[in-house]
Design a protein around this ligand. Structure first.
Ligand code: HGY
Ligand code: MN
Ligand code: MN
Length: 432
């Protein structure tokens, strides 16, 4: 198709994106795990998430020219078949698992935006040469099972799945058990409803991956922009620090006789947070998000404290400096477990250029930018040409019930996603 022909087709496709249909599907998804006081509780592979996956797939699974599937990491796929069935697919999507109490758009927007592109293509009867897949990645957040990105990492590096299977959640449920339940649930549901099935092995070839996501930060809104073209995702390291002590009576034990795990852990936490505050680098992000103290009695000195550290920065040396501070502040007998260590990832310049061209072709106010959050696109970037598109976040809020974005901005980002996906999947001649 010549350039003018493509521009016309892509422009028509962008116009076929419907903000209200997008909003309606997003609101329907938010009802799965929706909390009456606000926010969404839909952690990885819980009953709420499995129902959400089935609900999203059902609109397309019975349509002619569509297939559904689930892989060994319980990643769910909805495929819009291409004219060239043997061609490597273009993929889009994100995750539908949330933080313990998260927002309605983190991850959800990228999956629903991909499905909205399917609806827009169907409304125009546009065929593509390559298949188009919308994927719902498993356990992006890592809040139920650490580390995050288990689904996308297993897809891009299949042997890593074996490392994830024994990981247990706080109730002692192994990821393998939850994965098995998720696969059985989706397969059984698909068979009962007669959905058209496809097998999707881990590591299968992908032509390109483009993910739409909310920014989860303040930049785009502050600059009055509609779309972010992501150039890189900053490095992230997760640690669990375990500090031992000796339990004793709070009233009778003199300070000099105490081995107080809480006091020792607090001193270390102060050293780590103090480094982030005093290092003079506003890009340094250190978060202590989880803190467990045993026996947890008001009048017994703690004999065990464990806490997590989430450190983020574009430069590995800055993250090394955080680890140096942790090592120096580590109390005797305490130890540090590495839960996740992902270096900064750069996206393919030609894919970033494609995303930028899509914004320019559609007249979107846009900029190139770094991602402060990690995403499923992080492992994908080392597997195939990958890009991300951001929609603004109101007040930069995310991982919170107040997470929100104006629908018109979500629709604008979805239009650019449609443009990019059509370019990559190649419009097929109408006669085919
Ligand atoms: O933590 C993150 O960066 C992602 O939102 N899960
Ligand atoms: Mn996310
Ligand atoms: Mn998140």
């Amino acid at each position: 198709m010549n350039v003018n022909g493509f521009d016309a087709a892509a422009g028509a496709l962008a116009q076929a994106v419907q903000a209200q249909r997008l909003a309606q599907r997003l609101r329907g998804l938010a009802a799965h795990g929706g909390v009456p006081t606000g926010g969404v509780a839909r952690q990885a592979l819980t009953h709420e998430e499995l129902a959400a996956r089935r609900w999203l797939a059902q609109d397309f699974a019975a349509r002619p020219g569509y297939r559904v599937g689930i892989d060994a990491a319980a990643n769910v796929y909805v495929r819009r078949c291409g004219v060239d069935a043997g061609a490597a697919p273009v993929m889009t999507g994100s995750h539908v698992d949330t933080q313990p109490l998260g927002g309605w758009l983190d991850g959800a927007f990228g999956v629903v935006a991909g499905l909205e592109v399917f609806d827009a293509l169907d409304s125009l009867g546009v065929a593509t040469r390559r298949p188009l897949d919308v994927v719902m990645w498993t356990n992006e957040e890592g809040s139920r099972f650490a580390p995050g990105l288990m689904g996308a990492v297993s897809f891009t590096d299949p042997q890593r799945l074996a490392d994830f299977l024994p990981v247990a959640d706080s109730a002692g449920v192994a990821f393998e058990t939850a994965r098995d339940q998720a696969v059985t649930d989706f397969e059984t549901h698909a068979q009962r409803l007669g959905w058209s099935w496809m097998d999707r092995p881990l590591g299968a070839p992908v032509h390109a991956y483009v993910e739409a996501h909310i920014e989860q930060g303040p930049v785009l809104e502050a600059q009055g922009l509609q779309v972010g073209c992501v150039t890189a995702i900053q490095g992230v390291r997760w640690y669990r620090v375990s500090v031992p002590g000796r339990s004793a009576h709070a009233g009778t034990t003199p300070l000099a006789n105490r081995d107080d795990a809480q006091a020792k852990a607090i001193a270390m936490a102060h050293a780590v947070l103090g480094h982030a505050r005093d290092c003079g680098d506003e890009r340094m992000r250190v978060t202590i998000g989880r803190w467990e103290c045993l026996p947890g009695s008001i009048n017994t000195i703690a004999d065990h404290v464990s806490f997590t550290v989430d450190a983020r920065h574009p430069d590995a040396q800055a993250l090394d400096a955080v680890r140096t501070v942790m090592d120096a502040a580590l109390p005797d007998g305490a130890h540090i477990e590495v839960l996740q260590d992902k270096p900064t990832v750069q996206f393919a310049p030609d894919l970033v250029a494609l995303a930028t061209a899509g914004c320019e072709a559609l007249g979107m106010r846009h900029r190139q930018m770094l991602s402060g959050a990690f995403h499923d696109a992080m492992p994908m970037a080392g597997f195939c040409p990958t890009a991300m598109l951001f929609a603004p976040s109101i007040a930069g809020v995310s991982h919170h019930p107040a997470e929100d974005t104006p629908i018109e901005d979500l629709a604008a980002c979805t239009q650019v996603l449609a443009w990019c996906l059509l370019k990559l999947a190649e419009p097929a001649p109408a006669s085919t």
